[in-house]
Write a protein that binds this ligand. Structure first.
Ligand SMILES: [Zn+2]
Length: 415
């Protein structure tokens, strides 16, 4: 999941100031044939500008040359438009090109900061070049789009029909137009929305990734991936196998690829829906939620990573954080530097590593029977509460939910 975040699928919150959060609202849009063509041009140009900008920065970096942002933009847009190879860049709205250039800059900066250790969380890799296949998108700021008469005006594309599945809470500051591999189009708006505080409660919760579960809480609640999701995932795997058997370039292969894209969407939608419900029930019942920061747990780098990401753990965490911000709850990620399975959550005794096959054991010191996953979640809760307490009495390492939100807003595909 973290390896390829799907831009704009999940709405995610960013706490602006007390009482206001920044969130994404996503709607299906229906461009007509001419608009689809115009969008395809915009996607292509944005992709080329993004890739050119990354290549340019790579070259400058190799030569040890300092490249200012305005100079980078001048070279990959203004000067490029004057060359025969890139003159078609003039056919699309320049706001699209400028945003693509800025996206490349941000991806590059994330990579640099990550190498320099200035960036918290998951290590950002070298920006990936955008490809023709897969999801396509363009980002527009206020001078590139407008809303009128219930339609979305996109510069040099026209008025696109939107299916308003729910009202926008405020005037959006930007929009990303997305084409998914299954051929559907979406508009993802960034808007500000009031927070909606929930009645206070005195429960605090630690949550951990279970291997067999989506999440395990310190209360002993084990949340499994639901049956419908597992079924959808099986169908996806079947469609992928069918695709791999089709010969390249054939019409059969194109059909098979479309079927894979459709199954992908079904899995994604089902997972997102389930994650929203799970996150809301956790946040409703807890005044504070502490979760393991899987980026530092080492788990993400092992061969378990795939199953962990498949389980949608990062997505669930993002939604929990968003809902905490929206509903006035406390959220913090807890850095786990020691394997929590080695410490008894009841008495703190440390009795060494245990093979993964050991799911339950009895603490030698206090005699408590410990469930591996629940024990880990309880240790995370204790660690989170300790860090929060330290922060409130003036520690140097405050766990800041706001900082974490800003961090998350910079992920590569932030759409
Ligand atoms: Zn014990």
């Amino acid at each position: 999941m973290a390896a390829r975040p799907v831009a704009g699928v999940d709405c995610h919150g960013l706490l602006l100031r007390s009482g206001l959060v920044q969130v994404r609202y996503r709607y299906r849009v229906y461009p007509d044939a001419a608009q689809r063509q115009a969008l395809a041009r915009a996607f292509g140009c944005a992709r080329v500008v993004f890739n050119d900008a990354v290549r340019l920065r790579d070259q400058a970096h190799e030569r040890g040359e300092k490249l200012s942002d305005s100079e980078a933009q001048r070279r990959v847009i203004t000067l490029a438009k004057r060359t025969p190879e890139r003159e078609w860049l003039g056919e699309v709205a320049s706001v699209v090109l400028v945003q693509a250039c800025q996206d490349a800059r941000r991806a590059y900066r994330n990579w640099f900061d990550s190498m320099a250790g200035k960036r918290k969380g998951r290590k950002a890799g070298h920006p990936q070049f955008k490809r023709k296949h897969g999801q396509q998108s363009v980002r527009l700021t206020r001078n590139g789009f407008a809303l009128h008469g219930g339609r979305l005006y996109v510069a040099k594309v026209g008025d696109v029909t939107v299916k308003w599945s729910r009202p926008l809470p405020s005037v959006p500051s930007s929009v990303t137009v997305i084409r998914e591999p299954d051929g559907r189009y979406y508009a993802s708006f960034v808007v500000e929305r009031d927070t909606e505080p929930l009645p206070p409660c005195d429960q605090e919760t630690g949550i951990d990734v279970g291997l067999a579960h989506l999440a395990v809480t310190s209360d002993g609640l084990k949340i499994a991936a639901p049956r419908f999701l597992r079924k959808a995932e099986r169908r996806l795997k079947k469609a992928q196998r069918a695709l791999s058997r089709k010969s390249k370039g054939s019409a059969n292969r194109a059909r098979a690829r479309h079927r894979v894209a459709v199954q992908h969407r079904k899995v994604r939608d089902a997972r997102l829906d389930h994650a929203h419900k799970t996150a809301l029930s956790l946040v409703r019942d807890s005044q504070a939620v502490y979760a393991e920061d899987i980026a530092v747990s080492g788990l993400a780098r092992t061969r378990l990573a795939k199953s962990v990401h498949d389980a949608g753990w990062s997505q669930l965490l993002r939604l929990i954080q968003e809902k905490c911000e929206r509903h006035g709850r406390y959220f913090a990620k807890v850095g786990r530097f020691e394997p929590t399975s080695q410490v008894c959550s009841a008495c703190g005794a440390r009795d060494g590593p245990k093979p993964l096959a050991v799911r339950k054991w009895t603490c030698r010191e206090c005699g408590t029977v410990l469930d591996r996953d629940v024990n880990a979640a309880r240790n995370i809760l204790a660690l989170g509460q300790r860090e929060r307490l330290n922060a409130s009495v003036g520690s140097v390492r405050p766990p800041s939910p706001v900082a974490a939100a800003v961090e998350r807003g910079t992920r590569r595909s932030a759409a």
